[in-house]
Write a protein that binds this ligand. Structure first.
Ligand code: ARG
Ligand code: GLU
Length: 713
């Protein structure tokens, strides 16, 4: 009995150890493929990625640079998240046509809405070009080496074979230890097809974001249009729906705990191989600072948005973006602490050092850990100052961010002269109505006041501009927002009139510009150069450390950090135990929406139509035993960028749509644990139920290839 238990435990540990990691689709054969089969996968690595035949990867384009989507019909219909399509949905919305609130459905193709600037990008092929990228770099110093690498990359990107309508892109993996070339195809005529009301697509909004149990129907539909040769083309009325190389069949056969799942998509950034000292710095200094600056921003914006519908529309997307990372960092701190990630890293580092010594690699790798200690100690204040810069001027302060654009304009004049100045000024003016359309000076004044208060008190003293010492934030923000010309599009246009000298003089007399300039000078002159210098050393150390890990621990499952390239992650549908005495099940149902329903609420309102369907249990073929499945979780290792990623079953059929992770597990960007890290997906049956029963968009349902429990394929 005891033995059996031990054996079972062993099997369990083995199986859970086979999860985590975001793997390169062209390199799955071998270890990954056999792990996936062990976990239950029925298809082959060749079916996922092939250069000879159509394969799953042909149906997984990156969506508009930051998200993922999947092709689900032979007419180029793609599915992604509501929050990925949200900018587009917002752009088509006004107080009269409020698609954010009411949703949008194209019942015929003519009704689909064009989205300027939107793109989706397919991977055609992946090739290893490491040797070519590193050619001629062996004996160079660090700075020269980086320069040569960039040159080689530029050359290869230009000269590697591809079709005229395709692009080459080279990305580094394992921190500069491997380089892969991606041939891609980017489509530019992408139209909005459908989006549920926010009360479905964003149900629970900020409060439920990153949280399980979840009841969000986070999806939207778009369509790819191509020219008559099925190639990428700019928008044209006579473009035709794209004929994909592959599209996903959709399975509504049902799911159960421990079923195999995999997710394909474009995860953005992870930092799984940071040393303990770096994780400690994130945990105790960087995350808390960024959180504090966003706390105040969000509180102010929220207060205005709840009271004023026009402001709610203006700030909806910005506010959601700010809140998103803010909440993730909070979960990350909690998770890293609870999992004792720093301790685990220290443990590994002890092993690492022993291995270095045992293999006689002291000369090559002996000082790496000490170098990390030294470099991170040195960068500490600079990194803190950079966090302030990012979260005040670049992100949360809107007048400040506008001021910074003007600061760059002044710099441009100083370095490149009048012509460059004129070109940039025109670009600024042309682009700025978009920005000011969603800018509210009353909101930003309050945000500004709070931000500079913290800035003046907690920015590292040695870099703090004299003009920002001992300020009265209320007085200063009042002065800035009553006097500055940066508070509206008309005023900013006026200040930009005239020859360069005049404009720059006017700018330097502007109170808002003066504050920005003081902050920008502090950052760009006293912080950034030194930060970059130390960071270059850290990057080099990290690269060697990564090389050493690959070399000294060949049996470990070592996947490359995310870098916005196509990856495959796999695992099982599974609940988890977030806290003592609490167990979470892996599935939610529409019942939970009704439980959370607060009539008229900002986050938890439910539309009457959905309530009616619920009361009648009118779920069509999508319900099971009188209940409507909604979201589910699994052990797939995902991160930002995986939003909209297809969740696939053992046969490679679409069963869901990735959109989030659980809060207790957001530390997986730095430290993945199969115990607690879960990705959250919308059940595809809920998506179809909304399209079919809620929206009545039969035109779309007819395009899909649906595998039902009855007619087994
Ligand atoms: N947390 C998810 C992600 O990182 C969803 C964000 C969008 N949802 C929201 N309520 N802001 O993108
Ligand atoms: N919501 C995220 C995104 O937009 C995905 C969730 C995550 O970070 O895991 O990419």
């Amino acid at each position: 009995m005891r033995l059996l238990k031990l054996l079972l435990l062993f099997v369990f540990v083995q199986v859970s150890a086979q999860q985590g990691g975001m793997w390169i689709p062209s390199l799955l054969k071998g270890m990954n493929e056999s792990e996936m089969k062990n976990l239950g996968m029925k298809i082959t690595a060749e079916q996922i990625y092939s250069i000879n035949k159509s394969s799953l990867k042909d149906a997984v384009p990156q969506f508009n640079g930051g998200c993922t989507s999947e092709v689900i019909s032979d007419k180029g219909l793609i599915l992604t998240n509501h929050h990925c399509g949200f900018d587009a949905i917002q752009n088509h919305s006004s107080v009269e046509h409020d698609y954010i609130t009411d949703g949008f459905w194209a019942y015929k193709m003519e009704d689909e809405l064009l989205n300027k600037g939107m793109v989706v990008s397919f991977v055609v092929r992946i090739d290893d070009v490491t040797t070519k990228v590193l050619e001629g770099t062996a004996s160079l110093t660090e700075a020269d080496k980086q320069k040569k690498i960039q040159e080689n990359i530029a050359n290869l990107t230009r000269t590697s074979p591809k079709e005229s309508w395709q692009d080459n892109m080279i990305k580094t993996f394992y921190n500069g230890n491997q380089y892969l070339l991606f041939v891609t195809e980017t489509f530019k005529d992408i139209r909005l097809v459908g989006a549920p009301p926010s009360s479905i697509g964003k149900f629970g909004d900020v409060t439920d974001n990153w949280v399980w149990p979840r009841h969000t129907g986070d999806f939207s539909l778009f369509r790819i249009y191509a020219d008559k040769d099925n190639r990428p083309a700019e928008y044209a009325a006579d473009n035709v729906p794209y004929k994909p190389k592959y599209y996903f069949p959709i399975s509504i056969k049902g799911l159960k705990e421990n079923d195999f799942t995999m997710v394909m998509g474009y995860p953005g950034t992870t930092q799984e191989y940071l040393p303990a000292v770096a994780v400690e710095q994130i945990l105790t200094i960087i995350d808390p600072t960024k959180i504090e600056l966003r706390d105040v921003t969000l509180k102010v914006q929220d207060g205005f948005m709840r009271k004023d519908n026009a402001i709610k529309i203006q700030y909806a997307a910005k506010n959601a973006t700010i809140a998103n990372a803010w909440k993730k960092w909070k979960g990350e701190i909690k998770g890293l602490k609870k999992a004792n990630a720093v301790g685990a890293k220290q443990q590994f580092e002890k092993q690492f050092q022993e291995k270095v010594n045992a293999t006689g690699k002291q000369a090559e790798y002996g000082t790496l850990l000490a170098d990390f200690e030294k470099n991170y100690a040195e960068i500490k204040d600079y990194a803190l100052a950079k966090a302030f810069w990012d979260e005040t001027v670049i992100r949360n302060g809107e007048l400040l961010s506008a001021g910074y654009k003007l600061y760059q304009l002044e710099q441009l004049y100083n370095t490149k002269g009048e012509q460059a100045f004129n070109d940039r000024r025109n670009t600024l003016i042309n682009g700025w109505d978009e920005f000011y359309k969603d800018f509210n000076a009353a909101v930003d004044q309050k945000v500004f006041e709070q931000l500079i208060d913290i800035y003046s008190k907690k920015y590292p003293k040695q870099f703090l501009p004299a003009s920002m010492e001992n300020i009265n934030p209320e007085v200063l923000s009042n002065e800035v927002f009553t006097k500055s010309q940066l508070v509206s599009f008309d005023k900013v246009k006026a200040i930009l009139l005239g020859d360069a000298k005049t404009v720059i003089e006017k700018l330097n007399n502007d109170k808002g510009y003066q504050v920005t300039k003081a902050m920008a000078d502090a950052h760009l002159k006293n912080v950034a150069p030194k930060y970059d210098e130390i960071n270059l050393k850290i990057t080099a150390t990290q690269r060697t450390y990564m090389k050493a890990i690959l070399e000294l621990f060949p049996k470990n499952r070592i996947f490359p950090d995310a870098n916005s390239t196509l990856r495959v992650t796999y695992g099982k549908i599974k609940g988890y135990k977030p806290n003592d005495a609490v167990i979470y099940e892996p599935f939610t149902y529409l019942d939970g929406v009704i439980e959370k329903y607060i009539p008229g609420d900002y986050e938890y309102d439910v539309s009457k139509k959905l309530i009616d369907l619920y009361n009648k249990k009118d779920y069509g073929v999508y319900g099971v035993n009188g209940r409507m499945p909604l979201d589910f979780i699994a052990t797939n290792h995902t991160t930002g960028g995986n939003s909209g990623s297809p969740a696939l079953d053992a046969n490679g059929n679409l069963i869901g749509l990735n959109f989030d992770r659980v809060w207790e597990g957001t530390m997986s960007d730095i430290y993945y644990s199969p115990e607690i890290c879960r990705n959250i997906m919308v059940d595809i049956r809920y998506v179809l139920f909304i399209v079919d029963k809620f929206a009545g968009a039969e035109n779309l349902i007819k395009e899909l290839k649906i595998i039902t429990p009855q007619k087994k394929k």
